[in-house]
Design a protein around this ligand. Structure first.
Ligand SMILES: CC(C)(COP(=O)(O)OP(=O)(O)OC[C@H]1O[C@@H](n2cnc3c(N)ncnc32)[C@H](O)[C@@H]1O)[C@@H](O)C(=O)NCCC(=O)NCCS
Ligand SMILES: Nc1ncnc2c1ncn2[C@@H]1O[C@H](COP(=O)(O)OP(=O)(O)OP(=O)(O)O)[C@@H](O)[C@H]1O
Length: 200
């Protein structure tokens, strides 16, 4: 099984690329953001530690954590983001390693891990190669506004806490340009995937 990391800044199109891959190839896709959300749910391993970090006021009436409130705090205060990362990241990595083992047993051909923070968290121990989804900042801002209702300020705050384009590019094995139309993106995916099948 080939394990591929997919990274890139907020709104660069990682999920968009992986949705296509999931539909068209024998691939298991795990998104670190989704795993993080799952592990913060009531009864899950990160739930209580997060409440201890921020206090009861980040708990919604139904017992879930208010991620919007948490986002407002951590993307303003770096030390709080670091503390939150220390709770979430090891648990997410452990979960992903378990999922990789499971997919190996099921003889899945490809395992994709999506995260904005693969480089910071030493995921290179886990993946065989890294894709970087590139999309220029202005296009990302516009897509995030259009599709997620992010204000320019919110998008900028998240970007400030992520690696620069140069840092991403320096570490990746494959760079996919996602700032044009969808056909252009799909073509690059198809071409890359074909190289794997040809070398099998
Ligand atoms: C701050 C939280 C609660 C906000 O949740 P929310 O659902 O509003 O946003 P979401 O998770 O979809 O993230 C929004 C964007 O911020 C990026 N982002 C999330 N966490 C971080 C971080 N620690 N550093 C930099 N960028 C981040 C995401 O990749 C995404 O592009 C959540 O992102 C979180 O718990 N983050 C800290 C843990 C973490 O790093 N999770 C991501 C993978 S392990
Ligand atoms: N080539 C494209 N053309 C048009 N819209 C696109 C394209 N690629 C992505 N989008 C849209 O841009 C938005 C951001 O993309 P996506 O959610 O895939 O980014 P992401 O990198 O996964 O973000 P995050 O870091 O927050 O997880 C989505 O609404 C998506 O549908």
């Amino acid at each position: 099984m080939r394990v591929i990391g997919v990274t890139g800044g907020v709104g660069s199109g990682k999920s968009f690329v992986l949705n296509y891959i999931e539909e068209h190839f024998d691939a298991r896709v795990v998104k670190a953001d989704d795993v993080g959300h799952l592990l913060m749910m009531p009864g899950q391993v990160c739930y209580e530690p997060v409440i201890q970090l921020f206090g009861d006021w980040v708990v919604n009436e139904d017992g879930s954590l208010n991620r919007e409130t948490i986002a407002q705090i951590v993307f303003e205060k770096k030390d709080m983001l670091e503390k939150l990362n220390k709770i979430i990241h090891p648990a997410v990595k452990k979960y992903i390693i378990r999922e990789i083992e499971r997919s190996k047993k099921e003889e899945t051909e490809f395992f994709f891990i999506e995260a904005a923070l693969l480089l910071e968290d030493n995921y290179d121990e886990i993946y065989d190669e890294l894709w970087y989804i590139y999309c220029e900042k202005e296009v990302r801002m516009e897509r995030l506004r259009r599709d997620r209702g992010y204000s320019e300020e919110k998008a900028r705050k998240v970007m400030e806490n992520q690696l620069s384009e140069d840092e991403f590019e320096a570490k990746c094995d494959f760079l996919l340009y996602n700032d044009e139309d969808v056909a252009h993106t799909y073509l690059q995916i198809e071409r890359r995937m074909r190289t794997y099948y040809e070398s099998m």
